[in-house]
Design a protein around this ligand. Sequence first.
Ligand SMILES: [Zn+2]
Length: 430
Amino acid sequence: MDARAALRRRVAAALAAAEPWMLARLRDLVEAESFSGHEQAAQAEMRLMLESLGFAVEEIPTDLAAIKSSPLYSPSVEALHGCHNLLGRLAGTPEGGRSLMISGHVDVVPTGPLDLWSRPPFETHVKDGWFYGRGAGDMKGGLVAALTGVKALLDAGYRPAAPLWFNTVAEEECTGNGALATVMHLQARGIRIDAMLDPEPFGESVMSGQVGTVWAQYHLTGRPAHAMEAQKGLNPIEAAMHVWRRLKEVEARWNPPHATHPLFGDHPHPLNFNLGRIHGGEWASSVPTTCRVDFRFGIYPGRDPAEAKREVEAAIRAAVAELPEPPRCTVGFEGFHAPGCVVDLEAPPLALLAQCHAEVNGGARPATFAATGTTDVRLFQLGAGIPSTCYGPRAQRIHALDECVELASMRRVALVYALFIADWCGVTAA
Ligand SMILES: [Zn+2]
């Protein structure tokens, strides 16, 4: 048996033995609630996990004053409550060779109404091979799968022959500023990363690129009045509905068939304008005073988010001006300011990833996936020129109810990561 086949056999055996570890760590991590801006408990779990495998871990603060100068900075939404990013390097891995970073986020999105979940979102459980809980899919399952791959490689008696980094960031879901802080830290320290993989839950496909994403708000102030003389008032919620209809016309102009992008040639509607939150009014018998709308829109790779913001703001102001009596209007852009990016799937690490996937999946090449949302890949690729993509397990209902991740998929992903590290970084027998 040649050395590569022996490695694969030993790693697969170590992976089978590591299965209880994988399940227990996933449970601990998902049960550590970590909404954006409140990630400390999950980062404490990550630190335990990383240190148990021999990573030297440091905290990277998200210092807004320090990262604001970057064109990739997104105006912060949440107070960060002392949250930090964790950057781990496997101790004893030598300088030189081809380094790898695995990076993902530990924050999770709001649960929505608890009574609509089949079981409480942080009461984890396994059913029919799927592990349930908020964040199980997006993206704690991917983090644990990748780390289980590292563990299996080490348990099988191999050590990476180049620097192996494992990074977990706070606050990916509204801005990506955690990953931006990490990237700027790496640059300030002169640390070279030759490839980055992000185990986001895209069903074992390799991400070929992603749209840009922008968060925006408009806030309308009308004139309150008693409902019995509503004609004396000025209703900002009705005005907000009019503005939203005009924004949906912008969305229609940006999408096929009016506008397309080669990466999304097959996609009928890649750029979504999503009305995510509306806040306004006092009660049923008063014309409301104010209305605030929070929404999100996508842009094609190559478009400057600042330029897209100007078009959207102009559309909001034009829609308000059309009204018989325009309410007072302010427009804001708190949250994502994220350009899109295209991934070069022929870059050496990504071509190798496809090979490792095929090796684990009976020779089948991985599907490629053009994401209509954003990920931290943009910060590594656009911010530091590191060949980067997403590769992670199958999940269902992320950002929705009864979120779950498939355990069999996590096992395959773990093996792909172990083989990829062995081939990309090289290994020495421990
Ligand atoms: Zn995610």
